[in-house]
Design a protein. Structure first.
Length: 280
């Protein structure tokens, strides 16, 4: 495995550069030129921190699936929208810049976000073709377009079922209603959104499951290709829902939710199969 780290500067950063850490599988002798999918992992933390439980351990799971992986340590409060969005856009473009060197399939650059990181991941899925995202970093819309989104108990709505703290950190406590509505992502879905894998738990009392249900309804109405899994129990912030990311916090160990890892592996493989079939 190879390891690389890239610092990224975008306009408006108040707390220094964002960091993109790449974990890259070595070529194998039977297929030395194989191009693999790459998943950019975007941890949660309410836009006030980046959770280490939703970072490298998740990247290791994607490596085990045969994908390359990156972890984005993005700017949080006191930075404000759209700084983190532009950092994620720059991360996607940077991966494509290194596609040949890293043996990445440039048409299989995916983003996996957790909680507030899920809001950021979904934001790039809805805002990739808007000038606020790409013009500020000197890129084109196609360079920053994700090929798929993996959304894990994501913050979505700024309305009735919102996680208030995330939006206060993202926008500031005095944000006007029009700005809050602009980043309420169930309202921003179009048919240009990439395919989505989405999971949540019914008993999440931090980010209500209604947040994901609102997104699912919007995606259905706009004919977005998505797969959704709702688990009957589990608290917020499960990450892998396994011992590795639960530590001594027993409430973060939820065997019934661990299947999301196998399900997303199948989803990634199916998405690649569909793309390859369309090319034939």
């Amino acid at each position: 495995m190879k390891f690389d780290r890239i610092n990224m500067t975008v306009q408006g950063q108040k707390t220094g550069e964002a960091k993109l850490t790449a974990y890259l599988l070595d070529p194998v002798s039977v297929s030395p030129q194989k191009k693999r999918p790459l998943v950019i992992v975007v941890p949660g933390g309410g836009y006030q921190s980046c959770s280490d439980r939703e970072s490298e351990p998740v990247a290791m799971k994607f490596l085990a699936m045969g994908c390359h992986a990156c972890v984005l340590d993005y700017s949080v409060s006191p930075n404000r929208f759209p700084v983190a969005l532009r950092e994620l856009a720059m991360a996607i473009a940077t991966v494509r810049d290194h596609a040949e060197e890293w043996y990445v399939d440039p048409e299989s650059v995916l983003v996996c976000g957790f909680s507030a990181g899920g809001h950021l991941a979904c934001s790039i899925g809805t805002f990739w073709n808007r000038s606020v995202t790409y013009e500020g970093i000197g890129r084109t819309a196609e360079e920053v377009r994700p090929d798929g989104l993996i959304l894990c108990y994501p913050v979505i709505t700024s309305g009735q079922h919102c996680h208030e703290g995330s939006f206060e950190k993202l926008l500031g406590e005095d944000a006007v209603p029009e700005l809050r509505q602009a980043v309420s992502l169930e309202l921003r879905v179009t048919d240009q959104m990439p395919p989505v894998f989405l999971w949540h738990t019914v008993t999440d009392d931090t980010v209500p499951v209604e947040s994901s249900l609102l997104l699912a309804i919007a995606m259905q109405r706009n004919h977005v290709n998505f797969e959704m899994h709702i688990y009957p129990s589990g608290c917020h912030g499960l990450s892998l829902a396994a011992e590795e990311t639960a530590g001594d916090r027993d409430y973060l160990l939820e065997p019934g939710c661990q299947s999301w890892v196998l399900l997303v592996q199948s989803w990634i493989e199916n998405q690649r199969w569909k793309k390859n079939s369309e090319k034939r």
